[in-house]
Design a protein around this ligand. Structure first.
Ligand SMILES: NC(=O)c1ccc[n+]([C@@H]2O[C@H](COP(=O)([O-])OP(=O)(O)OC[C@H]3O[C@@H](n4cnc5c(N)ncnc54)[C@H](OP(=O)(O)O)[C@@H]3O)[C@@H](O)[C@H]2O)c1
Length: 327
């Protein structure tokens, strides 16, 4: 029997349990069976484990939204995928932390030959996130300043490279010098250590007192007010995550009216709603990699059974780049 990681209650990393499970005897006609080799760890997995985001099913539940592997069986209706293909996915339903998974064939992408399964699992979710944030939600432009928090994280290092590839002048925030160096090496043009420096003062200095037209904030509670202060009049606040905790309730008038700001709280699933959008996003990401404008950054690989250690590392703020699990 294959193995998986489930939670039976909400809580810290130790609620993750490694256990055997039984595969279904039959395969849905529209599904494929994937022998998963590599599983992406994302901050959303922590929100699910702790209960910050409500879980869609009753407990126990297998966590995870991203994996890559080899197709070992296909349902009767599946035409465009064959046994032996290498595929990856980055979407609901939860359940990626396992060795073998049956998955909707419409929701997977074929892994291009220039990427390994490990690389695909490390970049698909975070990379498609950067794609929609920078290309479709707000199109970043050459020579324009943007502010992006946690610039050396999994999403952050991809954002640094993507911004550089279009000539956009990314100002990134990080919590230490090692992360600052890494963000700069990946193409972030200016780095602010938000443990030591005043972010607003530095942003105004860099932008010649203009502020930025857009802030990408995945840190949440600790950075929300700072982000708003750095925006220009009619700027856009993109609040796409909350690694430091949920943003407190806001007074709409007091918060957004003084500069007529725009606000959005986007999620990848709403930018990859169907096969066409999934293709747009994944193709754009894979093209960047093929053109050598973007590379994967795997910080650490853990065994599936050590998913708790992977969660602890991500929560510790000591990682930079992506973390994956191997089966
Ligand atoms: N909405 C979407 O579609 C979408 C999709 C993917 C990811 N996300 C969000 O994007 C963000 C980044 O995700 P990721 O997986 O790439 O994680 P990550 O950036 O690798 O890790 C989170 C980073 O947040 C920073 N941070 C600041 N305060 C923190 C705190 N109190 N505790 C922990 N970390 C803190 C840390 O960087 P410093 O040490 O440099 O501060 C840490 O390394 C998350 O908020 C995630 O939920 C959103």
């Amino acid at each position: 029997m294959p193995n998986r990681v489930v939670i039976s209650k909400l809580g810290g990393s130790k609620v993750l349990e490694y256990q055997k499970y039984k595969l279904s005897d039959s395969l849905d006609p529209n599904f494929i069976r994937i022998k998963q080799t590599s599983i992406g760890i994302n901050y959303i997995d922590i929100y699910h484990r702790t209960g910050l985001y409500p879980l869609p099913n009753e407990l126990p539940i297998c966590l995870g939204l991203e994996a890559a592997g080899d197709v070992i069986d296909i349902g009767n209706n599946v035409m465009d995928i064959k046994v032996g293909d290498k595929v990856a996915y980055a979407t609901i339903p939860l359940g990626a932390y396992c060795e073998v998974r049956d998955f909707d064939s419409e929701k997977v992408v074929k892994i291009p030959e220039f990427l390994t399964n490990d690389e695909a699992a490390s970049i698909l979710l975070q990379g498609m996130t950067v794609e929609y944030l920078f290309e479709r939600l707000y199109k970043i432009k050459k020579n324009e300043f943007i502010l992006f928090h946690a610039a050396a994280g999994g999403v952050g290092l991809i954002a640094s490279q993507w911004a550089k590839s279009v000539g956009c002048r990314m100002i990134g925030t990080v919590s230490n010098e090692k992360k600052a160096d890494l963000a700069l090496k990946n193409g972030c043009e200016f780095v602010i250590n938000y443990k030591k420096e005043n972010v607003l003062e530095r942003v105004m200095e860099i932008t010649n007192n203009s502020g930025v037209p857009v802030v990408y904030d995945g840190v949440g509670k600790d950075t929300f007010k700072i982000s708003l202060s750095c925006l220009q009049t009619r700027g856009l606040m993109v609040s796409f995550g909350q690694s430091s905790g949920m943003v407190d309730d806001v007074n709409l008038h007091k918060t957004f009216n003084p500069k007529s700001l725009f606000y959005t709280r986007p999620t990848l699933m709403h930018y990859t709603r169907n096969k066409e959008e999934l293709k747009i996003s994944s193709t754009s990401l894979f093209d960047k990699i093929k053109e050598k404008k973007l590379k994967t950054n795997i910080y650490k690989i853990f065994d599936l059974k050590d998913a708790d250690k992977a969660h602890e590392l991500l929560e510790s703020r000591k990682s930079s780049g992506s973390i994956i699990l191997k089966t």
